[in-house]
Ligand binder design. Structure first.
Ligand SMILES: Cc1ncc(COP(=O)(O)O)c(C=O)c1O
Length: 348
């Protein structure tokens, strides 16, 4: 049985969090002399002289409507990268605990583990980019705190079998983090709907991809109240700035625009796949549920350099385990995808 007290770091269990001025007084007042702000204003048209809401309640209320999850189950981070780091800092004892990663996958799990001095157990995906469930279950030991599964996976683009993730959720007494950064491009059901079923589930999503707000740095974690409370205790008090909160709230009203872009990306993805298949240096295009495709080629480095010379940048993943010869290509606007194809036709 999962019990958060069994995995929480002792120092975090005992942590008395920083209490900010905006935590201590909530409500409306006419004179704020509690936070050493500049009472005169900001040298800007927009006024940012006041600290933002530490718990970003307005943004969370809107997200709660969109996602169908209570605000108490939502954490907001300065990108989902911050949520990843906070999970390490909350649950993993440096030099003692370990996490399980399933490469090839998103690189920040490893970087965050290294920053926090947490050992990594690698259990590579199978050749069809699915979980080696038995390998993962056998690797779990008393110091294993987190398992990261990215679905749809970066850089391979495919979704991970739902049943396999559920096996991990039911068999593991630590946290299973399902990173759904690309879920809006997928026909798969989000694990958000399973939050009440699994106390050890953390779902990560972000406004950086389908929502088109990578520059604002707003990421989300959805989990049980207990896990969210810990993450809020550990995060820096004002981790989402006022401008990002206001703009995110504004953007979250415009679901229609985002849905229409998603449809366009999916159409462009299908078109690009067909066009790429006709190039003789393209060996394989892996099935994608994301806004990018992984393309196996005869000469990834050569193609990458050729594209750079023509002002087109893709991601060379050919040095990544199980991605030998592969380039990761983000789906762009129609004219960008056409330019890519026209340029590639000249590659010898
Ligand atoms: C799988 C995955 N998770 C998380 C992130 C980071 O997202 P954010 O911009 O919210 O930090 C990325 C960014 O590329 C990603 O590919």
């Amino acid at each position: 049985m999962f019990d958060i007290n069994n995995i929480l770091r002792e120092n975090i269990k005992n942590l008395k969090p920083y209490s900010s001025a905006r935590d201590e007084f909530q409500g409306e007042a006419s004179v704020y002399l509690d936070a050493n702000e500049n009472a005169f204003g900001s040298p800007l048209e927009q006024q940012y002289n006041r600290y933002p809401d530490p718990l970003q309640m307005e943004v969370k209320k809107r997200l709660s409507d969109i996602k169908g999850v209570p605000t108490s189950n939502i954490f907001l981070g300065n990108g989902s990268d911050e949520a990843i780091d906070i999970l390490f800092r909350s649950f993993c004892n440096p030099g003692i605990d370990n996490v399980i990663l399933v490469p090839p996958t998103y690189g920040m799990y490893e970087v965050s583990a290294n920053i926090n001095n947490i050992a990594i157990q690698r259990m590579p995906l199978t050749t069809d980019y699915q979980l080696n469930v038995d390998g993962i279950l056998n690797a779990i030991n008393e110091h294993t705190k987190l398992i990261f599964v990215c679905s749809p996976n970066n850089p391979t683009g495919n979704s991970i079998n739902r049943n396999d993730i559920e096996t991990l959720l039911t068999s593991f007494n630590g946290l299973v983090i399902v990173d759904e950064a690309y879920i809006n491009f997928s026909s798969q059901q989000s694990f958000i709907e399973n939050l009440t079923q699994y106390q050890n589930l953390v779902v990560l999503q972000t406004l950086s991809k389908a929502w088109g707000l990578a520059g604002l740095r707003v990421g989300m974690a959805f989990a049980s109240n207990e896990v969210i409370d810990v993450m809020n205790k550990v995060k820096p008090p004002y981790n989402i700035n006022e401008a990002s909160q206001q703009l995110a709230l504004q953007a979250l009203q415009n679901t229609e625009q985002v849905n229409s872009w998603i449809q366009e990306v999916l159409q462009e993805r299908d078109k690009l796949i067909i066009q790429l298949q006709s190039l003789d240096f393209v060996l394989n295009i892996y099935p994608s549920d994301a806004n990018f495709i992984l393309v196996k080629t005869t000469d990834a480095r050569g193609i990458y350099n050729f594209l750079v010379q023509h002002g087109i940048i893709v991601r060379d993943r050919s040095k990544v385990e199980l991605c030998e010869g592969a380039l990761r290509i983000t789906i762009g606007k129609p004219e960008e995808n056409s330019k890519l194809i026209e340029t590639l036709k000249n590659f010898k």
